[in-house]
Write a protein that binds this ligand. Structure first.
Ligand code: SF4
Length: 322
């Protein structure tokens, strides 16, 4: 159920792709239709000013879900509902949503100067009166993300990966966004640079009251910035809840497996289990619990009966044994 501070409510959202061969060749080969279930019956709500993180391995559907939230992908079923919000300037309406992509170089036009990249949404949305105000705003945004005003006249290739991601963030802020969908924003960066970008994002969230939907394959990346965490496997949430509960007392075997792969600075000699097995194809998921071929706790029931997502307090979990 939505709370008073809810900014996004997603209800039973699914996204399926028909990846069948053309009808004529299916007719000759007697091949059935092939449906890729990228996202299956996912529900969650995001509270304003918080970070909701979705974590899972490559191919689990998290990026499709992110694209659905920003409107780049239509859901096959279900509802994604952004609630109207009151902003600091007194305006009232649906939140402005922006996406920050994994590869900052591919998402910046290499032929444009950084100043024009950041100024484009300001001009398009007519957020400033004239070019002089726009230039001032661009300079302010560059400083807000830790770059200098003079960087406006340079091109994206003159910057490092971390600096380019700062430019992407400045461009997102230029739209006066309220809600940022961050799809693996640090996965292309070195670990030390990752930490700098994450710290910047935490600071900006506090300063501007931003809401983040953060997508990652790496639990250690989201550990210190998530308020709420959902673990996704083959298109479905298998565990979700307040981040401190999921990290502090993981219940689902898949969450524990993901956590086991993270190095722990406090216990450097802790035995770590490597991630075993491959994520099965979302076109032909295993029967029963989709995780059973990789689960060390699987019992006979897991092979035939899919566990329903059940609620326990603020936690939701889909496992017969947890
Ligand atoms: S339902 Fe069974 S296979 Fe699935 S996670 Fe739980 S124990 Fe493992």
């Amino acid at each position: 159920m939505a709370e008073a501070n809810t900014i996004l409510e997603v209800t039973a959202a699914s996204c399926r792709f028909d990846v069948s061969a053309p009808a004529l060749s299916r007719l000759f080969s007697a091949e059935p239709r092939r449906i890729l279930r990228a996202v299956e019956n996912v529900s969650f709500s995001v509270q304003r000013g918080t970070t909701f993180s979705i974590v899972g391995e490559s191919g689990c559907g998290k990026s499709t879900l992110a694209r659905m939230v920003v409107g780049l992908q239509r859901p096959t079923q279900g509802l994604l509902d952004f609630k109207d919000i009151r902003r600091a300037d007194g305006s009232f309406g649906p939140p402005r949503v922006q996406m920050i992509f994994q590869d900052p170089y591919a998402s910046l036009n290499p032929r444009w100067r950084v100043g024009d990249i950041i100024a484009e949404p300001i001009r398009e949305l007519k957020l400033r009166k004239d070019e002089s105000e726009t230039a001032t705003r661009v300079g302010d945004l560059l400083e807000i993300v830790g770059l200098s005003r003079a960087d406006a006249s340079r091109f994206p290739h003159e910057f490092s990966g971390g600096q380019r991601q700062r430019i992407s963030i400045a461009r997102a802020l230029a739209t006066e966004a309220d809600f940022l969908v961050c799809d693996e924003p640090t996965s292309a960066l070195d670990v030390s640079v990752q930490a700098q970008i994450l710290n910047l994002m935490v600071r900006l969230q506090k300063e501007f009251g931003l809401t983040y939907l953060f997508i990652s394959h790496n639990l250690s990346v989201v550990r210190h910035m998530s308020d709420h965490l959902a673990i996704m496997y083959l298109g479905r949430f298998v565990e979700s809840g307040p981040a401190e509960d999921v990290f502090g007392r993981p219940r689902h075997p898949y969450t524990r497996l993901l956590l086991d792969t993270i190095p722990d600075v406090e216990k450097p000699n802790r035995e770590r289990r490597p991630m075993s097995g491959e994520v099965p194809s979302p076109i032909a998921p295993p029967p029963g619990c989709a995780f059973h071929p990789r689960c060390v706790q699987a019992v006979e029931r897991c092979r035939t009966e899919a566990p329903a997502l059940r609620r326990e307090g603020e936690l939701e979990i889909a496992c017969h044994l947890a």
